[in-house]
Structure formats: C-alpha cells, structure tokens
Design a protein around this ligand. Structure first.
Ligand code: F6R
Length: 596
C-alpha cells in the first residue's frame, strides 16, 4: 500500500502536496518524494517519513506536480527506490501504487533498447515505457502503454512540456479526483483532499483521467468518455483515513480480500525454492511470537500436509534459549514487523547453530530481512491496529504458497496437484469476502455473548492454531478471558471449567475430525455451556447440537483456516466494540515488541 497525490492549479504545489501526502502517511512511510514542474521537471525524494522529506526539501516554485509515500513491495526502502521516477531524458515523472506483475520482462526489453534504470522497483518500467512510446501527448501515450501492464495500479504522471497537465489511471488500486475552483487534485483516498475540497469523483477500474486547472476529463482506457458528477463528502480527516470504518482494525479486516489477492500475486517470487530441493534439509523449524506463532503452528499442519516435510513450531523466546539443537532443520522465521526482539534473537541463534534461515515478513527492509538468508514478503500493506489481522491471513497464504513450491521441489506434489491447489488458492479472496458479507450476523452473535467473563475456543488439526488465534484476538481487544484448546484435550482438565456462563466457540468444519468435534460439542453442551459453532456452509445437521452457527464458504479442508480466521476476527472485534474497548490500541500492548 502506498499513497499518491497530484495537484494542478495556481498555488505553489510543493507545500500543498506535502501537506496532502502527510494525510496518507497511514498508507506507508518508508520513503517519500515529489515531482514538480517548474521551468523543468524537478524531483526530490528522501528515505523515511514525510517529515524527513519536508526538512530536506529545497524551494521549488512550480504550480503542478505529483507526490508519493511508499510502502515497499519491490526493492529495499532506499532513496533510489522512492517514487517519483523519471524517464532517461528527465521530462516525464510518474508515481504508482500497486504491483506490476510483468515488470521483469518489460524491464529486460527496455534495457535492450538502451533505457537506464536507476532503481530496483517494478514501477520504474512504466516511465521508460511512456518514454519509449511517447506520441507528443501523455494522454494518448498512456492509452498505448496501459494495455502492456499486468497487475494492479494507480498511476499519476506529469510531462515537463505539457504544462499544467496530470494524467492518472486506475486498475485495482484506489484513486479519487478532487474538484476545486481553478485547481484540481488526485489522491489515493479522500483523506488527502479534505482540507482542499469536499467535491470528489471516484475513478473506477480501467479508467483514466486528464486533469488541468480548469478541467477533469475521465475516459476508459479505450477512450470512451465517462460522465460522473462529483459527490459532496462530509467526512472528517480522521473518518477518511479509516475509510469511513470506525476502527483501523475493522478496516484492515475488510481489506483482507485485497491483501490475500496481493500476496498471491507476489507468489514466493524472489525465493529460489530449487535450492531447497529434496535433500537440502530434512525438516523445518518455524519460530515466531504471538499471532505469528499461531501462523507458525498452522504452518506445521500446512507444510506437513502439502509438502510432506516434518515441521515443528516453537516460540522464538523459547527457541533462542533452548539447549536441545538436534538435526539440521531449515529455520523459518515469521514476523509481520520484522523487528520483534525474540524473533531476531532466534534468527541469530539459528545462525550460531549453523542453520539456514528463511523469513516471512510484511516489512521490506526490516531487521529480519538482514538476519535471515532468504525472505518471502507478505503483501498486506501497513497494519495500524495493534492486533494483527490482515498480516496473519497473508502469513497463512505465504505458507500455502511455500508448501506448494517445496512440495514441487521435493517431488512430493505433482505438477497437476500443485496447479489445482494454486487454482483453489486463487478463490480465497472470494471466500474471505463471503465471510465479510455476513458481518451483521457475526455482530449479532458477538452482542449476545459479549458479557461473558470466560470463553473457550476449540479446534482440531489445522484449525487448532486458528482456535488459539481466535482466543488471542478475543482476549487482547475485548479483555474477555479466552482460552484456545485442541478439542481432544478438553477431558484432560479444562472440562472442569465449562458451564452455563462459559460460551464455547467450536470450529466444526467438515473435515476428517468433524465427528470427533461433534462429540466434544456434545460434552460441553451436556454441561450447559452455550456453543457457537463455526461450520461448513450447508451443514444444517449441526444446528441440532449447538446454540448458534456461523457458516463459512465451503473450501478444501486444508484452506479452511482462511475463512474461519475472518469469522473469529469479527467475533472478537464486535465483542470488543460492545464492551466499549480501545480496539486499535488495547491496554498495555504495543504493535511491535522490541524489548525482551
Ligand atoms: C497479536 C499481535 C502480536 C504479534 C507479536 C509478533 O495480535 O499482533 O501477538 O503477532 O507481537 O509480532 P511480529 O509478527 O511483528 O513479530
């Protein structure tokens, strides 16, 4: 997720662009930059937050330009990789939010034609393509070049010889236009524009627009005219940053179809799985903390099921001080922030033991990317809510992709089987959306049980770690005491605690453990505990045994953690909301735990 803004009018562009950009900082802040046309095109960029850019900014007079705040997906968060990018002649500047999937092939052919690349990003290909195909008019050049781009994008561009003109285009990345008096704006979202105008037009997929101080012309990529009236927006800046959602956490939960989609697009791209062929390592040890540890535990089931690699999960705080170091496992480190002290300590310990390590993280350029031998990036975008939601789901997606790649490399999965699994994975954004569409029902059930003091979350097999995650979400944001358990363990102690005041959330999807879970459900309901089942769509039978049912779309058993997680996130969110808790910043908790 990155933030983009554009301005054309009669005011000095630089302060206005920086001010608007600052309101998009929640979308990412590893580097930022502006391109303004004065007498010629002038670009200034810097590493780090927008305030760094503001401090180092020279005086640039021009009255139209574009600006960008970056959240790295391709290439480290350095000044060179910051947007905007210019063509070789220094006449065109562009900014981009999204992912260009086919950039490697485009880049190769542009290099052969003599173009000089100055960054490692996917984005830079676009500006060289514009230069290569320039017709003397940026708008028609966009129309020529856009069909060559695969992936998702919101682009904005200026040309130093086309005075006062900004061209923008959108496909699967957000872009809105702001309408002023003698000036016009473009931005990733309306929070960037609210100080300047309340008249806004949303650009749709496969549409582009040409902005000048006096006009905004919208067309489809093919050139068909689009007429759309501006809407009046009544949001405050804070409302707009959260996209109208009451909390960042809810927004982030609802962003999950896109986050899963983006992570699937990224594949395990730069990770050379062939180095991890059949004999490269005998087993995997996954090491992580908190929610990422729950992904690690799910990873054990996923890797063993799909890739048939013996896998163990261990808490980073335990791994780094354990004295037993048997075998030569690949150490897989999972950390959304890439900065968790214990996980970094575990990475160093893995190196001390001579183990090869691979990190899964959401932060390009984070410390873990330097500690591990290889990295896979989740593409969840910036997560602001302290409780992890979309980053957890994308960690699961990365684990599925890694398992498929490893299965292929170790020949435990045939090519046809792997293709089928990838096809099924591609349907996951839809399964997530299916759960989100049922949020009102989940809210109703959360309302019914929100006064509970204690709760149990039961799961089996790959959904046992998901029950742990559901319980963690519930306790950290609603402060209800919640315990996750593998359902088979109930009789070995916790059954002493169940009763009418202790609701039980049971993940009872139709897999090979379904009958066993039904048995566990009967055990607790016989002891008067209310039971909320999370069941597979179409399973009407289960209604006989439980008090409430929340259905998830029918997906292959190994992928059920994806929709089930979303139900549990919403259940925790709405319970916390009913209880009036500080959802985005739970008491005593920090987003990134950088102390032991
Ligand atoms: C819980 C949560 C934490 C983190 C944990 C590890 O919702 O967010 O438990 O999962 O602190 O953080 P990362 O993944 O950044 O290493």
């Amino acid at each position: 997720m990155c933030g983009i803004v554009g301005y054309t009018g009669s005011r000095k562009a630089a302060p206005l662009l920086l001010d608007s950009l600052k309101r998009l900082e929640y979308r990412g802040y590893d580097s930022a930059g502006v391109a303004i046309v004065d007498k010629k095109l002038r670009i200034h960029k810097d590493k780090g937050e927008i305030d760094n850019l503001r401090e180092s900014m020279p005086n640039i007079p021009g009255v139209y330009g574009i600006a960008h705040t970056r959240w790295a997906t391709h290439g480290q968060p350095t000044k060179d990789n910051a947007h905007p990018f210019a063509d070789c002649k220094g006449e065109i500047a562009i900014i981009h939010n999204g992912i260009i999937e086919n950039y490697l092939e485009l880049k190769e052919s542009l290099i052969k034609k003599g173009h000089k690349f100055r960054s490692e990003t996917d984005t830079e290909t676009f500006v060289h393509l514009l230069e290569e195909n320039y017709t003397g008019d940026l708008e028609s050049t966009f129309r020529k070049v856009l069909p060559m781009m695969k992936g998702s994008f919101a682009f904005a561009a200026v040309h130093s010889k086309e005075k006062g003109k900004i061209v923008v285009a959108r496909k699967e990345s957000p872009l809105v236009l702001g309408i002023g008096e003698g000036e016009n704006f473009a931005a990733s979202d309306i929070s960037a524009l609210l100080k300047e105008t309340d008249r806004v037009i949303a650009l749709h997929d496969n549409e582009m627009a040409v902005l000048t101080p006096e006009s905004v012309e919208i067309t489809t990529f093919e050139g068909k005219e689009v007429t759309r009236r501006p809407e009046r927006i009544k949001w405050t800046v804070e409302d707009a940053e959260r996209g109208g959602y009451e909390h960042f956490m809810l927004k982030e939960i609802f962003e999950q179809p896109q986050a899963v989609h983006n992570t699937l697009l990224g594949k395990v791209a730069d990770f050379d799985v062939n180095r991890f062929g059949r004999d490269a390592f005998p087993s995997i040890k996954i090491v992580a903390c908190g929610t990422s540890y729950h992904a690690a535990l799910a990873g054990k089931y996923i890797l063993e099921d799909i890739a048939k690699v013996p896998t163990e999960a261990q808490l980073a705080s335990e791994y780094r001080y354990s004295t037993a170091a048997f075998g030569r496992p690949l150490v897989l480190l999972i950390s959304q922030s890439g900065e968790t002290t214990d996980t970094l300590g575990a990475a160093r310990e893995a190196r001390r033991r001579g183990r090869r390590s691979l990190a899964i993280t959401n932060y390009v350029g984070s410390s873990i990317t330097r500690e591990a031998d290889d990295v896979i990036y989740t593409r969840a975008g910036l997560e602001i809510g302290v409780a992890a939601s979309k980053t957890f789901l994308t960690q699961l997606v990365s684990l599925y992709l890694l398992s498929i790649q490893l299965g292929l490399a170790r020949r435990t999965l045939s090519f046809d089987e792997s293709r089928k699994m990838k096809e099924e994975l591609r349907l996951m954004p839809r399964a997530v959306q299916g759960v989100l569409d049922e949020h009102k029902k989940i809210q109703k059930i959360a309302k019914k049980y929100h006064k509970a003091r204690d709760m149990f979350f039961l799961g089996r097999n790959v959904n046992y770690p998901i029950a742990l995650e559901g319980a963690l979400k519930m306790k950290e944001i609603s402060y209800i005491h919640a315990e996750g358990y593998p359902a088979g363990e109930l009789k070995h102690g916790p059954l002493a605690l169940v009763g009418e005041k202790t609701p039980i959330v049971a993940v009872a999807i139709k897999d090979h453990t379904y009958e066993k879970m039904l048995g566990n459900i009967k055990e607790v309901s016989a002891r008067s505990s209310p039971v909320i089942a999370i069941a597979s769509e179409g399973d009407r039978d289960i209604e006989k045994y439980v008090d409430d049912v929340l259905y998830v779309p029918d997906v292959p058993a190994i992928f059920t953690p994806i929709p089930v997680t979303v139900v549990l996130q919403l259940l925790a969110y709405y319970a916390a909301k009913e209880r009036g808790c500080s959802i985005d910043k739970p008491r005593h908790l920090a987003k990134s735990v950088t102390v032991e």
